[in-house]
Design a binder for this molecule. Structure first.
Ligand code: B12
Ligand code: SF4
Length: 514
């Protein structure tokens, strides 16, 4: 199908039809981690939505994941709205349901233009466009290209998109990055139902909670991360505080989860934000990510004063050799200092670690566990190294031919997906179980957890988590709503004979305007 011929004019039937329907696909995780999956508003599509609304377009959002909507519900909503444009956000783990959603979109609203965006679509536009139901892929920030598409501009003239021309995929040049994030409105939170969302276990003090960003991008170079080397941009700190005030007043929000890649990397902006938030006395608790080498006493003190109660620190490994290998060679002493800074300023530390990295052995994983205990982090988060398209890790594994045959559903940081001669999958899984028990079954951890209990929901959270991580007992995610999204096969949706390129580009390279 030729996308250019299916584009309706922007003003056609505006009153009857919704201009833009944005969809966040589900990740119907099949294993025990289902119980631990938190769910928060999809800020990417809510940012695209807010920008479109600011230009006068009508927008509707279906968060299939958050709403746990089944296929029939999605179909009905599309029929009801008859959208002219449907935008689907794609992370790797949800890319197969995303393909199905594109099909459903064309079945229920045949003349709509289907646009895919998000970090996976950006890394694999050729693959996405092998599905004839997807007309175009937006790479990078989606706000401006989505408007250009809705305005009916010729695809040829829109920077930052990929589309088909006959049997070929055309990749227009990357879009010039908008450095001033304040030119984009805040996410359109009013388009989702906050009742559907809940934050990660152990990371919140109050409810209701919501996620926010003050910055985009990260100067870090971590091989496993799509944000590596992406351009850092920030909003005005005072505007972020005004937004929090609005969320507090209108929705009663009591907890903010800042998901900036590194909240403290722009020290001046961070200090300005903390001072402005503290002055407002909004009684809102919050958490944020910090890097061990972007943290200091004055920052920690200002954050605490402004209501921050926990920092999330990506420590990743206790082995210096692995730290070098994953592109995050921060010295162990620096982490010791960073954790001490947090603690002496009254902030909890949620330490995030990765096992199964390239070159990992039982010995290096033990160094990681021992380091977590020595650091005395309050919460210990452990993931299995996952090679996401667009990362240096994926490139390395693809080029070495060590990527296992697996479905995209499995890209959830709980499965071993790269073959390594020096370690078996079973050793990695065994270590994971061992590490959780060793870390959490210590009296000091139990005492801290008890101190953290401020609501019944915390008790329930900890009980469920303990059953899963320590005792290995779990209830399957048996919600009937998920059935329609489970077990789909990507190849069933790739109906066009398009040859995919051999090259494996990195996310930051894709975002650089030539
Ligand atoms: C906040 C966050 C979460 C939150 C909330 C997720 C949510 N609902 O948004 C939580 C904690 C729940 C979470 C969970 C997970 N996350 Co997460 N998360 C993030 C984080 C830190 C920020 C996301 C964000 O808000 N970005 C800001 C917005 C503005 O950017 P954006 O989403 O990319 O959207 C822009 C463009 O991509 C584009 N765009 C996006 N969608 C669309 C659609 C259309 C139609 C268009 C035109 C444009 C467009 O326009 C947007 C605006 O400019 C990112 C890292 C990052 N910096 O992006 C990781 C990230 C997205 N997460 C990641 C992962 C792996 C996960 C998990 C699988 C981890 C796990 N094992 O649990 C789960 C999966 C959750 C799920 N539902 O499937 C990876 C994804 C990698 C990949 N290739 O898929 C990322 C990139 C981090 C990384 N390692 O590099 N995550
Ligand atoms: S892991 Fe953290 S520090 Fe490293 S590139 Fe990603 S966001 Fe930046």
């Amino acid at each position: 199908m030729d996308a250019l011929t299916t584009k309706p004019s922007p003003d056609a039937n505006r009153r009857q039809r919704t201009d833009l329907l944005l969809v966040y696909p589900p990740w119907p995780v099949l294993d025990d981690r289902a119980m631990l999956q938190n769910s928060l508003p999809p800020l990417g599509i809510l940012s695209v939505a807010a920008h479109a609304e600011s230009k006068g377009y009508s927008v509707h959002v279906i968060d299939v994941h958050g709403e746990r909507a089944d296929e029939e519900t999605v179909r009905q909503r599309i029929r009801e709205h008859r959208p002219r444009f449907i935008g689907i956000s794609v992370l790797t783990n949800m890319c197969v349901p995303a393909h199905r959603l594109a099909r459903i979109s064309k079945e229920e609203s045949p003349d709509c233009v289907v646009v895919a965006g998000g970090v996976h679509a950006e890394a694999m536009p050729d693959r996405m466009l092998r599905n004839s139901a997807i007309d175009c892929v937006v790479r990078g920030d989606g706000e401006e290209p989505m408007i250009a598409i809705m305005e009916g501009l010729d695809f040829k003239s829109i920077d930052g998109i990929s589309y088909r021309e006959g049997q070929f995929v055309v990749h227009n040049k990357a879009r010039q990055l908008l450095m001033d994030l304040d030119r984009f409105p805040f996410p359109a939170y009013h388009l989702v139902d906050f009742a559907n969302y809940f934050p990660p276990v152990g990371s919140y003090r109050d409810l209701p909670a919501i996620n926010m960003l003050m910055t985009r991008g990260c100067p870090g170079k971590c091989t496993f991360c799509n944000s590596a080397r992406t351009t850092l941009r920030a909003r005005n700190a005072h505007q972020v505080v005004a937004q929090i005030k609005h969320l507090r007043e209108v929705y009663g929000i009591r907890q903010i989860m800042f998901y900036d890649d590194t909240f403290t990397v722009l020290k001046k902006t961070c200090l300005e934000f903390c001072a402005a938030l503290a002055a407002e006395k909004l009684d809102v608790s919050w958490v944020a990510y910090v890097r061990g080498d972007c943290f200091s006493d004055d920052l920690a003190a200002a954050m605490r004063k402004a209501g921050c109660h926990q920092v999330l620190m990506g420590i990743e490994t206790g082995s210096e050799q692995i730290a070098l290998r994953i592109g995050k060679p921060i010295a162990r002493e620096r982490y010791m200092e960073a954790v001490a800074i947090a603690h002496r300023n009254g902030l909890e530390v949620r330490g995030s670690f990765i096992i199964g990295n390239m070159g990992e052995t039982w010995q290096t994983m033990m160094e990681t566990l021992n380091f977590a205990i020595e650091l005395d982090v309050d919460l210990f988060q452990l993931s299995v190294s996952t090679p996401y398209p667009g990362t240096a890790l994926y490139k390395e594994a693809r080029e070495a031919g060590t990527l296992k045959e697996c479905s995209w559903y499995e890209f959830g940081q709980g499965k071993v997906l790269v073959e390594q001669p020096q370690i078996t999958d079973e050793e990695i899984y065994r270590f994971e179980r061992y590490a959780f028990r060793k870390f959490y079954l210590r009296p000091i951890v139990a005492v801290r957890m008890l101190r953290r209990l401020t609501r019944w929901r915390h008790v329930r959270d900890y009980f469920v988590t303990a059953m899963i991580l320590l005792l290995g007992r779990h209830k399957k995610n048996d919600s009937r709503n998920w059935e329609s999204w489970k077990g789909l096969r990507e190849e069933d949706y790739l109906d066009l004979p398009i040859t995919e390129p051999e090259s494996v580009p990195l996310t930051y390279q894709l975002r650089q305007a030539q």
